[in-house]
Design a protein around this ligand. Structure first.
Ligand code: SAH
Length: 201
């Protein structure tokens, strides 16, 4: 997976590559899908949701340029695979998922693997996690049309990074937003296809 899918496409942060080498991705998918766990594609989870393609997880992670001290908010826990990657590279991860069944399954998998720096919550991630804000980084794994204002507000003004797919079901752009004071800059990294961010508002 690392040699064929990540390195040739420009994933070159040694710490990110090391995590992909060591994390047992097969533990995050159903037993029937285990033989496919390291393939170059997303896989299905329950409730019509998906675990993202390894390259996209790596690209999103690398774009955050993690140093190890960060407090991160993740929206869309899904299987918990991306959560584990973040928990390896940052100080603390707060992760939100709208389906309780997925939160519980991911929490059990990550507890079995021994992670102690992850907080889980079931709920609509579009509102963020105000009690724990500000966050150094926010990673969103489901696509809204526009950036939810609460997320931008909960990002630290001191170089905070938000990585988020933006667009419709048919066309989305993986976008990196950096916040410095009142200013934000945006850069599109690539086209992508995530499940929609389903919000109550
Ligand atoms: N990163 C995950 C993949 C997540 S798929 C992994 O590695 O497995 C996107 C997830 O976002 C789905 O589980 C979906 O249920 C969740 N989601 C969609 N809208 C949401 C919302 N408003 N709040 C929280 N989670 C949401």
């Amino acid at each position: 997976m690392v040699k064929q899918q990540l390195l040739p496409r420009g994933i070159n942060d040694p710490k990110v590559l090391e995590v992909f080498n060591k994390l047992p991705r097969q533990l995050f998918v159903s037993p029937e899908q285990r033989p496919l766990a390291y393939g170059d594609h997303p896989l299905t989870l329950s409730r019509g949701q998906t675990i993202s393609q390894p390259y996209i997880v790596a690209l999103m992670t690398q774009s955050l340029k993690l140093q190890g001290h960060e407090k991160i908010l993740e929206i869309g826990t899904g299987s918990g695979y991306q959560t584990a990657v973040l928990a390896e590279l940052a100080a603390r991860v707060y992760t939100m998922e709208r389906f309780a069944a997925l939160t519980e399954k991911a929490a059990a998998t990550l507890q079995k693997l021994g992670y102690q720096n992850i907080c889980f919550r079931t709920g609509d991630g579009a509102g963020g996690w105000p009690a724990e804000a500000p966050f150094d980084c926010i990673l969103v794994a489901a696509a809204p049309e526009n950036v939810p204002p609460a997320l931008l507000k909960q990002l630290t003004a001191d170089g905070g990074r938000l990585i988020i797919p933006l667009g419709s079901a048919l066309h989305q752009e993986l976008t990196l937003i950096i916040k410095e004071g009142e200013e934000t800059t945006r850069r599109v990294l690539c086209n992508c296809r995530f499940v929609p961010l389903v919000t109550e508002k």
